[in-house]
Design a binder for this molecule. Structure first.
Ligand code: ADP
Length: 692
């Protein structure tokens, strides 16, 4: 029974050996055959020596235990798994940046800044890999310089020599070196002083002291001052070669630690995954994905220990096995959605995977042998960066993706999504087309998103229906999808809420907030009733948002007279603030200004212009502080057809950074205070509601 359990739990591990084992009744000779087969495979596989030794030991055990025991199956599965991993198998990188650029452009519209960052990242990788290693040899004896130079040049390094420390320092200032080999006693400046200067000015270069005057104290001093190694003359050439190699390995690790992992952050459907795929394609690497969303256990990442039945390797190793190479592009999705009830520390588990200092010998609990992950190119994705622990964020080069404007969506749909869906549904591109108006209708009335995921789904639905029609009507069936046809294919429109269709109302303000899925508009409603100075807040608001409401009310109370209100207006009243869509959890300080407007409007009786949307944090003194996510908020405002967006003056730089087409059709008002906002958002006394 336990045997079957093992197999069920390890569904991912299948092999001819295990199949064979279970299809016949295990007998002594079968066992011998299986073990012998595995031994052959082990000999043929080029596993690292340490792994080979582990597998061989396991096989010895396997040969001796009862083949019908659970241990036998566990051992068999384990060895088979070890053998199935691509320990030394790598794909050759294609390092042609021009080709990479062409591929990124062929798959993606726009995203100019992002593509540039990605190409820069790849270019640095290429340069690092192609750059010849440079060594500096400083010695006052010509014969010593010649000797070292000869040996190290033969190793493929570029070697520059200098007869004394001054000349050495000049060389160091002129160009970058990876390793410096220096004598200790020479000329006016000693090797020790050179070491100190080099460590200060060229922290990345490793210094190896090579001296005929070695003493224990000088060796200790050199190490304390940051020398990488200390070699005494006469030396063996192998010793020098090995030490240089070690120094270079250490240097490679250090220079790799920062920014080697790309992090794509942004709302869903903005092209993060497909850009990751395009990078893999450009480099000629395999592509795999792991979703971290909802992971609850360290074992999901690092595997279970083999000691219990049903143990499995972690997802990272499993994906490497599936990719069949040890250097795929591995995308770790939804870093910000790791289960909050995660058992163990997700940051430290992930650091082991992502950090080049640690991932050279990544230890999966199931494998129990170190696997070198340093060849893997990791790309992490997240919707929001706020919840990602700092140690992880420090290791990543963050590239922010933002939502698309209506125009960009139409462009992407007609150039990429429609042709793709037509192809996928087996339709003929010459017979099917979508007019730009139809695409716009789909975007406006059937989707409400920052990215284009639902847009792609809707286009897919229409193409599917047309495919069915084509079957009924024959191959000559031609369709041009126009706005009227959209409703016919997709049913009644899903979203028809646009602020301009609404009336200006007292006590209802339009706020702009950033959510995981991009930006969104919210409505803040305020009502008053007889009562005893109570502020009631509802609508699933987080603590920060509740505090914003309190700050808004306190500020207005403190300035009651200036706003034309009775000093004691709150004495016999309760005020209720509600933000509808209660099922959606909302938080953040940026709704403060909208709350202040809703309360002011309620108390003064002046309606709020419905075509004005606001975002800004407020202080108790009525100042307005800057907020994040300006681009996403403006896109959300445009989606809702808002015409005026009120933002903090301190966000001026963010606004000025936006391309002109991102703010098309929108007036942006920058304000410093709640009073400024009121002057714009509240309908002037004497003007009728709705006439703003
Ligand atoms: P994410 O990973 O950000 O959620 P995806 O990469 O899955 O988004 O993108 C969703 C769909 O939109 C994919 O089919 C993708 O090819 C397409 N897409 C996204 N951005 C672009 C773009 N700029 N140009 C062309 N297609 C795009």
């Amino acid at each position: 029974m336990s045997r079957l359990n093992v197999v069920n739990c390890n569904r991912t591990i299948d092999s001819q050996y295990i199949m064979k084992f279970f299809s016949s009744k295990p007998e002594g000779s079968d066992q011998d055959q299986i073990v012998a087969d595995l031994r052959h495979r082990l000999q043929d596989a080029s596993l690292p020596a340490a792994v080979s030794a582990i597998a061989s030991q396991e096989l010895d055990v396997l040969a001796k235990i009862n083949p019908s025991s659970a241990e036998f199956t566990i051992g068999l599965t384990y060895i088979d798994y070890l053998l199935s991993l691509p320990w030394n198998r790598k794909t050759e990188d294609n390092l042609d940046i021009v080709r990479a650029e062409r591929l990124l452009n062929a798959n993606h519209f726009g995203l100019q800044r992002i593509k540039e960052r990605v190409l820069e990242h790849l270019a640095v990788k290429v340069l690092r890999m192609n750059r010849q290693v440079r060594l500096l040899v400083i010695d006052d004896e010509e014969i010593a310089r010649k000797n070292l130079s000869h040996v190290l040049t033969k190793e493929g390094y570029e070697v520059v020599t200098a007869p004394d420390a001054e000349a050495g320092l000049r060389e160091l200032d002129a160009a970058e070196f990876d390793v410096i080999l220096t004598d200790l006693r020479m000329g006016k400046v000693s090797g020790m002083e050179l070491l100190e200067t080099a460590r200060k000015r060229h922290a990345d270069a490793r210094v190896i002291i090579v001296t005929g005057f070695a003493t224990v104290p000088s060796a200790i001093e050199a190490m304390r001052k940051g020398a990488f190694h200390y070699i005494t003359k006469p030396y063996k050439l192998d010793e020098v070669r090995d030490t240089v190699k070690q120094a270079l390995e250490k240097r490679a690790m250090l220079s790799n630690t920062k920014g080697t992992v790309l992090c794509f952050a942004g709302p869903p459907g903005t092209g993060k995954t497909s850009l990751g795929r395009a990078i893999a394609q450009a480099l000629g690497r395999k592509f795999s994905r792991i979703s971290l969303g909802g992971m609850k256990d360290e074992a999901d990442i690092r595997g279970h220990r083999r000691t219990y039945v049903g143990a499995k390797p972690g997802r990272v190793i499993e994906e490497i096995r599936r990719a069949e190479t040890s250097n795929p592009v591995l995308m770790l999705d939804e870093l910000d959605k790791i289960g909050s009830d995660f058992k163990g520390d997700p940051a430290s588990a992930l650091l082991e995977v992502l950090d080049p200092e640690q991932n050279r010998s990544f230890l999966d609990h199931y494998l129990d042998a170190p696997f070198d992950l340093s060849g893997v190119m990791f790309i992490v994705t997240a919707n929001m960066l706020d919840t990602i622990p700092d140690p992880l964020r420090d290791r990543m080069e963050v590239i922010e993706f933002s939502g698309y404007s209506q125009e960009e969506k139409t462009e992407i749909a007609s150039r990429f999504l429609v042709p793709k869906q037509i192809r996928e549904k087996g339709l003929s591109p010459n017979r099917i087309s979508f007019t730009p108006d139809a695409l716009e209708t789909i975007i406006r009335e059937y989707t409400r998103e920052a990215g284009i995921r639902n847009l792609e789904r809707r286009i897919a639905t229409i193409c599917r229906k047309i495919a069915k029609e084509s079957l009924d009507r024959g191959p000559d069936h031609r369709v041009t999808v126009m706005p009227a046809a959209v409703e016919q294919y997709l049913g009644r429109r899903k979203f028809h809420f646009e602020v301009i269709e609404e009336q200006d109302r007292v006590g209802v303000a339009t706020g702009l907030v950033r959510t995981e899925t991009g930006g969104d508009i919210i409505f803040v409603e305020a009502a008053k009733m007889k009562g005893t100075k109570e502020l009631i807040i509802t609508g699933s608001l987080g603590d920060v948002m509740r505090e914003s409401a309190q700050a808004a009310l306190s500020y207005i109370r403190s300035r009651a007279v200036a706003f034309g209100l009775a000093d004691d207006f709150f004495e016999h009243q309760d005020i209720h603030i509600h933000v509808p869509s209660g099922a959606v959890q909302k938080d953040g300080p940026s709704a403060g200004i909208a709350m202040a407007m809703a309360i002011l409007s309620l108390l003064t009786g002046r309606p709020i212009r419905r075509d004005v949307a606001l975002s800004g944090e407020i202080t108790l003194t009525g100042r307005v502080l800057p907020v994040a996510g300006i681009r996403e908020k403006i896109l959300a405002a445009r989606r809702a057809r808002v015409s005026v967006v009120v933002l903090p003056a301190k966000n001026r730089a963010d606004v000025e950074e936006l391309p002109p087409d991102a703010v098309q059709g929108i007036t942006i008002e920058l304000i410093d205070s709640v009073a400024d906002a009121a002057a714009i958002a509240l309908v002037q006394p004497g003007r009728a509601a709705g006439s703003a």
